[in-house]
Design a protein around this ligand. Structure first.
Ligand SMILES: Cc1cc2nc3c(=O)[nH]c(=O)nc-3n(C[C@H](O)[C@H](O)[C@H](O)COP(=O)(O)OP(=O)(O)OC[C@H]3O[C@@H](n4cnc5c(N)ncnc54)[C@H](O)[C@@H]3O)c2cc1C
Length: 337
């Protein structure tokens, strides 16, 4: 019988992250579909709480734990994951495409003489065999992959599955691995949570368009006011900030710009295709090259003064026809309440 290994690492607080919980949903469905055994391997300083939080999946649990495995470090992560793959004799490994695993699992595939496919969007059983899906060419074409080599490691991007949530009490078999702690992690430096406006885990995408910098009804631009309104909303809701291409391109044209926008915020055909349950576009026309980047946004809304803008042509679920400055100021006021 084949063995599907669900591989995860704990977060700093000892829990499993969203991406890891989603990958478990996929791994369990794959094991059920293939009639295979499900094993779960967790790496972390202490893995018991994480294992208990998903014990309802019915897997046999393995863990590599200890202070040296609490931190993301290529050498110790590769050792830990290699030991887990070997301990359960995994044929297929399903893991979240976190930064930590994206860095280390390709190395594990080499160590165990297997293969790896990263950033997949699905893995499922077809005629009893595992098949992975991946988007190509800036998310315009979806490919189906299968491989004969084993073990086959598949990492899954966030936002593709529901999170697994059946807890219980797990019996974890401890697996030993070399700590390989030649590299010491002395701390983590990351920008302040409010400086970091691209938030892949946010429940809402807030898109800004070039209209925020255009002359308004009074014949003037109000870019500083726009910045204040946008930042206020982002700080209050912790939404992820996206932009149209026109707005991020303005910086190259010497116009007054929204200071916290970069090309990394651009959504669309030549930008990103983020995954969020909801999206709100403001002062953005909703042209096709922009809206193709909204393919994974489930509930789409837009605010535009123009009732016949692109969003009104079947691209949004709801279009609010009005002045985004006034509407968003009111929304921020209500959020204060
Ligand atoms: C090959 C190619 C690739 C491209 N790739 C991308 C891409 O990846 N991403 C992308 O975004 N674009 C892309 N584009 C560009 C795209 O076609 C549009 O030009 C761009 O998205 C327009 O940006 P915008 O809607 O912000 O600006 P505009 O088209 O200038 O629209 C501004 C909107 O703001 C509204 N507005 C103004 N003031 C207010 C107010 N006070 N309240 C409410 N609404 C207001 C106006 O009514 C208007 O609809 C691409 C184009 C090409 C040719």
């Amino acid at each position: 019988m084949s063995t599907i290994l669900y591989l995860a690492h704990t977060e700093a607080d000892g829990t499993l992250g969203r991406n890891a919980l989603e990958a478990l949903t996929a791994a369990k469905a794959l094991a059920d579909g293939m009639g295979a055994e499900l094993a779960a391997g967790i790496v972390g300083e202490d893995v018991q709480a994480a294992a208990d939080s998903v014990a309802g999946c019915g897997a046999k649990f393995y863990g590599v734990s200890g202070p040296e495995f609490g931190q993301s470090r290529y050498a110790s992560d590769v050792n830990a994951c290699e030991a887990l793959v070997k301990a359960c004799g995994a044929d297929v490994v399903v893991a979240p495409a976190t930064a930590r695993f994206s860095r280390s699992l390709p190395g594990v595939a080499v160590r165990v003489d297997g293969r790896v496919d990263t950033h997949c969007s699905a893995v499922s059983a077809k005629d009893g065999k595992p098949v992975a899906e991946r988007w190509f060419y800036r998310q315009r074409m979806k490919g189906e992959l299968s491989r004969d080599e084993r073990p086959w490691i598949v990492t899954l991007s966030p936002g593709c599955y529901e999170q697994f949530g059946e807890s219980g009490s797990a019996e974890v078999e401890s697996v030993s691995a070399e700590s390989a702690s030649r590299t010491k992690v002395t701390g983590i430096k990351s920008p302040d949570v409010d400086e970091q406006t691209i938030r892949p885990d946010a429940s809402m995408l807030f898109v800004t368009g070039a209209g925020w910098t255009k002359k308004q009804g009074d014949g003037q631009t109000h870019v500083k006011q726009a910045e204040g309104v946008i930042l206020d909303f982002l700080t209050k809701t912790k939404s992820s900030l996206g932009s149209s291409k026109s707005l991020v391109d303005i910086s190259g044209e010497g116009h007054e710009v929204i200071s916290f926008l970069t090309h990394l915020h651009q959504v669309g055909q030549t930008g990103s295709t983020p995954r969020h349950p909801k999206g709100l576009a403001t002062c953005c026309h909703g042209e096709e090259p922009h809206v193709v980047g909204w393919r994974f946004i489930k509930d789409r809304r837009a605010i535009n003064t123009d009732a016949s803008c692109g969003w009104a042509q079947g691209k949004a679920d709801v279009l609010y026809v009005g002045d985004a400055f006034a509407i968003m100021e009111k929304v921020n006021e209500l959020l204060n309440g």
